[in-house]
Design a protein around this ligand. Structure first.
Ligand code: PRX
Length: 629
């Protein structure tokens, strides 16, 4: 089939195209309208249809593959390996669902999941989906202040958590961070369900905390039927960073999401029922939601849940798992590949990875050397794909399930069906020509699977995403891009203050707020700086209340460590800046806006650009000297 004509049809005949794609999932009652776009930019897909994500992920597969693998849990941290068939997963999810109901969770209530990569985290997500509760998974690498703001915004009735996780052989206790987050939050969840892995001892809070193992025993034989939900009810909230310090709760629906994922499994990932999918992301990120949990299972595939790093016990671990489970579809991030590139290359040839149809990489720009190196090393096709927490599934890639369109190194590819992608001039809003840099935008309605709104804040949804480009109501990705003569897109970094550290999306404002809470700091600026391994790292520039606090190199070092410690404790080690420089002044415009792009340019040794609005040119010069040390 000709991909470009499929794409054209998906835009020109949305109802026809998505009406057909909708047949890839099971509906309890059919929808009456494919798309209701009477209130732009809010799109409602498959109106009136009722379905359930958990039904499509598990129950639907019971008649044909109850005893096939559904969830494979591998932890190289605790040396565990457990396989759950669809029938077993069905039982575990019903137990978890029964526990949630017993703890007072009802349809529409929020359940916050703060968990390491263990099967119970997946059970919790699917159990919420089953009973119509709204889950909000918070990445286990986030610490108490990040967690508190999410608890406050989502107002969960229940939190599901664990005593701890483990990374690189080091135990990370979760419970103290959770207790502190609940203390900080104005909203107090009524109950906390604790999975005790016996990694980190903790004190349960009487009357609030419940032990998972004990409660599971009392609900061992539970049968919990699925709750049929209207397609546009909310399935989950996933917080993501933007320009302000307050994370946005990306809200997703039920039917549109299920259809988009089922469709992407077929057309983009080419996975078939009975095969195995291995995604190395984390359930705390959107890639984990779509392509560890929901996508593979909705596609009838087994999914591997991996707790561990790509290099422990050795750099062959990922490929060993591919061989052992005959993985056909693999999904990872460029950073993981760059980590492997530093290891002994013989690990890559030790295992038979011929089962792989392709390795998909996303989350950050895939640089040419990394792309070539991994393609040559594993001898399998590499497919870059570009998308966002907001969209839930790829915006740009190649749909090899439709047509074997060629890939181009450095480009994620072409607009996916359903996405009307344009490159618009930042100031005029006009479309630009080939090879001209502009903002990557999407003409609404957004396709199924994309965010419905920002949780609890329709106004912010419209003003954040649809009001930034002059003259027209279009969705801004806040990414720069160009398109070549063949229609292939290239992504050139963010237009806003979001940075991407090892594929983790972080807001510089959040980090700045955290640093500023240190008593010695008057103000600060955080920028993302190019890094050979992580893509970007955060670098902070802080102005002290009293410059005498960092007069000597020893004082500077101690204070830098103390500031990093604050970020570690409040936001988590993922957000910790690589460097904290102390300066006398931040370069600002005359209206007081910090010139982050110029600071970033200086850090990367580039031309700082137009400085006509700068208040004090000496500030940038001094900063340059500090960076050069
Ligand atoms: O800047 C783009 C970058 O990551 C952002 C989205 O991050 P997140 O919400 O965490 O979702 C990740 C889903 C894969 C984008 O705005 N990004 C993501 N994929 C790519 C990318 N940049 C370049 N190439 C990619 N393939």
């Amino acid at each position: 089939m000709d991909y470009r004509s499929v794409h054209r049809r998906s835009i020109e005949d949305r109802a026809g195209f998505w009406g057909e794609e909708a047949a890839r999932i099971e509906w309890q009652t059919p929808f009456t309208e494919v798309l209701d776009y009477s209130r732009p930019p809010f799109a409602r897909w498959f109106v009136g249809g009722t379905t359930n994500l958990c039904h499509n992920a598990i129950d639907r597969w019971l008649p044909t593959q109850a005893d096939s693998r559904a969830l494979v849990f591998v932890s190289t941290e605790t040396n565990e390996e457990r396989v759950y068939t669809f029938a077993e997963l069905h039982r575990e999810v019903q137990r978890m669902a029964a526990m949630m109901l017993a703890l007072g969770v009802a349809r529409g209530d929020r359940v916050l999941i703060y968990m390491p990569m263990i099967p119970e985290a997946t059970f919790a997500m699917l159990a919420c989906a089953r009973i119509g509760a709204v889950h909000s998974v918070v990445f286990g690498g986030f610490a108490s202040v990040s967690l508190a703001s999410r608890i406050e915004d989502a107002a969960p009735k229940l939190v599901v958590s664990a005593d701890g996780g483990s990374r690189g052989g080091k135990v990370v206790p979760y419970k103290p961070l959770l207790d502190e987050a609940i203390r900080l939050s104005a909203h107090k969840p009524a109950r906390v369900l604790m999975v005790d892995r016996k990694l980190a001892a903790f004190e349960p809070v009487a009357g609030r905390d419940e032990d998972y193992a004990a409660l599971r025993a009392t609900h061992f034989d539970a049968q919990v039927p699925v709750t049929w939900l209207e397609s546009n009810e909310c399935s989950y909230i996933l917080y993501t960073s933007g320009t302000t310090g307050k994370p946005k709760g990306v809200q997703r629906d039920v039917g549109g999401y299920a259809v988009a994922l089922a469709s992407s499994m077929k057309h983009i990932f080419r996975g078939s029922p009975g095969e195995t999918y291995f995604c190395t992301s984390d359930i705390g990120w959107v890639v984990g939601h779509s392509y560890i949990v929901y996508g593979p299972l909705i596609g009838g595939m087994a999914t591997i849940l991996y707790e561990g790093t790509p290099v422990r016990p050795d750099a062959g671990i990922l490929w060993r798992l591919v061989e052992r489970y005959a993985v056909t579809v693999m999904f990872s991030a460029p950073t993981a590949i760059r980590v492997l590139k530093k290891q002994d290359p013989s690990w890559l040839s030790k295992y038979d990875v011929s089962s792989l149809k392709a390795l998909f990489l996303a989350g950050e720009p895939l640089d040419e050397p990394t792309s070539k190196w991994i393609a040559e090393s594993i001898g399998r096709p590499i497919v870059d794909n570009y998308w966002q927490t907001e969209t839930g599934w790829p915006i740009l890639t190649v749909a090899h399930g439709i047509e074997e369109t060629p890939t181009k190194i450095g480009s994620p590819g072409l607009p996916m069906y359903g996405y009307d992608v344009r490159l618009l001039h930042e100031q005029t809003g006009e479309e630009v020509g080939a090879n001209e840099k502009a903002v990557v935008a999407i003409v609404p309605p957004l396709p199924p699977g994309c965010m419905q709104t920002i949780w609890g804040d329709d106004k912010r949804f419209v003003s954040t995403y649809f009001d930034s480009i002059p003259g027209r109501q279009v969705y801004s990705t806040f990414d720069w891009g160009i398109r070549d003569e063949d229609g292939y897109y290239f992504i050139l970094g963010r237009t806003d203050d979001v940075i991407n550290v090892a594929g983790h999306r972080l807001g510089t404002r959040e980090i700045e707020e955290s640093i500023s809470s240190h008593a010695a700091i008057a103000e600060c600026a955080v920028v993302g700086v190019a890094d050979a391994l992580k893509g970007q790292v955060a670098v902070a520039f802080a102005v002290l209340k009293d410059p005498a606090d960092a007069a000597t190199p020893q004082q500077r070092l101690a204070l830098e460590g103390a500031v990093m410690g604050v970020v570690d404790r409040q936001l988590g080690a993922v957000a910790r800046p690589a460097r904290v420089h102390f300066v006398n002044l931040l370069p600002k415009t005359r209206s007081g806006k910090v010139l982050r792009r110029s600071i970033q340019a200086v850090c990367e040794g580039r031309d700082p650009g137009d400085l006509t609005t700068i208040e004090d040119p000496g500030a940038l010069e001094a900063l340059k000297q500090t960076v050069r040390g």
